[in-house]
Each structure stands twice: as structure tokens, then as C-alpha cells.
Write a protein that binds this ligand. Structure first.
Ligand SMILES: Cc1ncc(COP(=O)(O)O)c(C=O)c1O
Length: 387
């Protein structure tokens, strides 16, 4: 029995299969069991922001392994305190405290609970085509595909959805009953949807008028993916909470919620806890990640290489391309036709991307991509989309 068959036999069938066994990664490449190399424009759904097998991150993790790996949040740990300080230093000024989780969906769950505590209200508003995770609370906000939600209904009560980037649609649902509005700055699973420049300023104003919190989900768009540490920085507003995960520890499972002093003042011992959140191992990886980002000017690289990537994709003349859009290294090629065949052809030719919805090819490469890497990938994309 090969690994693919073993996986089919023993792993619960909740994931589709890409038909590929990946056994290692180095830099921007991953390798299958035969040694074939693939450009990783997938990054584990945007997780491996610095690529794979990075010596600086490996060293930090190895050193921490020999000290202590897990430590409950009721004890203080050097690495946990240092990364908390770092996260607050780099986040918008009004965010002063951090809660640690382990995944994106857990960050969203925490933010839902904090919204209730801080406002005394229960109603949450989220956007259509938004993705916030798959635990019951986060899933109630997620609205990308009906098949994710419907089998689990009833989900959370008091959740309303409006059309992303349509302020009138938000006006129809927001009221004094609203505890919080949860939004991705750029919808990722929704197909890389970038809102208008003033959308978030208007959202924030409506939130203030209704005493509702603005919670920004940076789980996919954060950690430099769009050329700024947080994508919301492109839109000139200060959120009341930011949810983080994915790239925060370069591939180790870690999540965080950044909150205001006011929200923090409503929390109490036991308000929300977990066993692994902020464990020293992931905190060490996260500290090393921030060091690397600063030392290697990763944000600048994501901005300039991302711009170049989008420009180069736009030079492809193909009857199947409807639109190329993106910000930094969060990029979509929307097709006029189904994406499945093209995603498979790209994979066979050595480029792994994320088929998104039915027509989008999503590119979330590591932020260490160079213009030369872009040229090589675009050559393959051109071949596949022109044939
Ligand atoms: C914007 C956004 N929020 C939340 C999540 C959920 O994160 P996780 O899969 O770590 O639970 C994701 C995952 O893709 C995401 O893209």
C-alpha cells in the first residue's frame, strides 16, 4: 500500500485530495516522494510565509525544544512575554493586549466571546463570501460555500451577513443590537476580493454609531502578505480586535487575538483559556519569524515582488483569463471557465496553487519569492493557460 492509499484508508475523508505526496520543503520549493520539485505558490494556504526549512527558524525551535516546549498560561515564560511585547509593538496603537490561541478558527472563536463580553450584546455581522474558520462559532460567520455550513445548522443565532464592499448593504443590517462586525480586509477564500479605498473607514464609522466593535480577520492577509504587516493598514482604520494565525510562527501552529485596553478590562481569569496557546515552542518560532521579517525586509519584498507578479500575470494573453487581481503576494487569476483542469495542469508542470471557488487560481507564495522566481512561475502559467 503506498502513502496515498494509506491516507485514503486511514484518514477521515474531510479533505479533498490533490493526488500528491509531499515529503519535504526547502525555501520556495516542496518535493514529492520521487524528488520532483514544485514551486510552492500555496504555502499551506498562506502559512509558510518564509518558505520551508528556514535555518534561522529551525535554530530557534531546536534551542527552545531543549529548554521547554509547553507551559500553561497561568505561568510566565520568557519567550511568551517577549512575543506578546513584540506583537503589541507592531500592531495598531489602540491594541494593547494579546490573547494566544493555536489556529485561525480559535482566534475567531475567542474574538466572538470577547465581543459578547465587551459589549453585552450577541449579534455578529459578517460578510457574504467571507471565511473565518470551521468551528461552530467561526463557521456561523463563514459564508463561502453552502456545503460547509448547511449540514451543521442550526449554527450561532444572531448572525447576519451583508455584501462585502457594499456599505448600503451593511447599513441594512447593522443596529444598536450589533456586538461586532467581523471582516477580512481582503477576502481570501472568497477569491481575493479587494474592497474600495474608503470601505473600511465607512464600516468603522457605522460601527461607532452603533456601539459595535470592528474585528479584523488578518489570518490570511496578515504577517506581511500584502506588503504591510496587516492588510488593514492599507485602509486607514484602527480595528478593535485583530485575529491572527497562519504565518505568525512560520508554519508552527499558533494564533493570536490583539485587543484594546477597554476590551481587556472586561476579561477575567478563566474568561477564555486553552492548553497550548502561546506555548514557548511556537513563541520562539514567532520571535524568530519577526526577526527574519525585519532583517530581510520581507514586507518591502512582498510589496515589490507582488506588484511585479501581478504585472507579469497580466501580460499573459489567454482566452480563458477574466481578470488578474491582488495586493502584494495575495493574488488571483480569475478564469472564464472552471479552474480544476488548470490547477491540475499547473501542478503537473511543477507549480502548486490554490483552486478557489470554481473559477479562481489563487497564488499565496512565500514572501521570500524573487522576481526571478516570478519569471519562472509565470512562464509555466503562460504555457498552461495558453494551451
Ligand atoms: C481569513 C481566514 N480566517 C480564518 C481561517 C481559519 O484558520 P484555521 O484554518 O487555522 O482554523 C482561515 C483559513 O484559511 C482564513 O483564511
Amino acid at each position: 500500500m503506498d502513502y496515498e492509499e494509506m491516507a485514503g484508508k486511514y484518514i477521515a475523508p474531510t479533505y479533498g485530495s490533490r493526488g500528491l505526496t509531499i515529503v519535504k520543503g526547502k525555501g520556495i520549493y516542496v518535493y514529492d516522494e520521487t524528488g520532483k520539485k514544485y514551486y510552492d505558490c500555496f504555502s499551506n494556504m498562506g502559512v509558510n510565509i518564509l518558505g520551508h526549512n528556514i535555518p534561522e527558524i529551525n535554530r530557534a525551535v531546536a534551542e527552545q525544544l531543549e529548554r521547554i516546549t509547553n507551559l500553561h498560561g497561568s505561568f510566565t515564560n520568557d519567550k511568551r512575554s517577549l512575543i506578546a511585547k513584540k506583537l503589541i509593538e507592531v500592531s495598531p496603537k489602540n491594541l494593547t493586549k494579546v490573547f494566544f490561541s493555536n489556529t485561525g478558527t480559535e482566534s475567531v472563536e475567542a474574538a466572538i466571546k470577547f465581543s459578547r463580553l465587551a459589549t453585552g450584546k450577541t449579534e455578529i455581522i459578517a460578510a457574504k463570501m467571507g471565511y473565518h474558520g470551521k468551528t461552530i462559532g467561526a463557521l456561523s460567520l463563514t459564508s463561502t460555500l453552502k456545503k460547509y455550513n448547511e449540514p451543521y445548522e442550526p449554527l450561532l443565532q444572531d448572525v447576519k451577513h451583508f455584501s462585502f464592499n457594499d456599505i448600503d448593504s451593511l447599513k441594512e443590517v447593522i443596529s444598536e443590537k450589533t456586538a461586532a462586525v467581523f471582516l477580512e480586509p481582503i477576502q481570501g477564500e472568497g477569491g481575493i476580493r479587494i474592497p474600495g479605498k474608503d470601505f473600511f473607514v465607512k464600516v468603522k464609522k457605522l460601527c461607532e454609531q452603533n456601539n459595535a466593535l470592528l474585528v479584523i480577520d488578518e489570518i490570511q492577509s496578515g504577517m506581511g502578505r500584502t506588503g504591510k504587516l496587516f492588510a488593514i493598514e492599507h485602509f486607514n482604520v484602527e480595528p478593535d480586535m485583530i485575529c491572527m494565525a497562519k504565518g505568525i510562527a512560520s508554519g508552527l501552529p499558533m494564533g493570536a487575538v490583539l485587543i484594546t485596553e477597554e476590551i481587556s478590562s472586561k476579561l477575567f481569569s478563566g474568561a477564555h483559556t486553552n492548553t497550548f496557546g502561546g506555548n514557548p515552542l511556537v513563541c520562539a518560532a514567532s520571535l524568530a519569524t519577526f526577526d527574519y521579517i525585519e532583517k530581510h525586509r520581507i514586507l518591502e519584498n512582498a510589496a515589490s515582488v507582488g506588484k511585479y507578479f501581478i504585472e507579469q500575470l497580466r501580460t499573459i494573453e489567454s482566452p480563458v483569463i477574466r481578470e488578474v487581481r491582488g495586493l502584494g503576494l495575495m493574488i488571483a487569476v480569475e478564469l472564464k471557465t472552471k479552474n480544476t483542469k488548470y490547477a491540475k495542469d499547473l501542478q503537473d508542470k511543477g507549480v502548486i496553487i490554490i483552486p478557489t471557488g470554481t473559477t479562481v487560481l489563487r497564488f499565496l507564495p512565500p514572501l521570500i519569492f524573487t522576481k526571478k522566481d516570478v519569471d519562472e512561475v509565470v512562464k509555466i502559467v503562460r504555457d498552461v493557460l495558453s494551451s
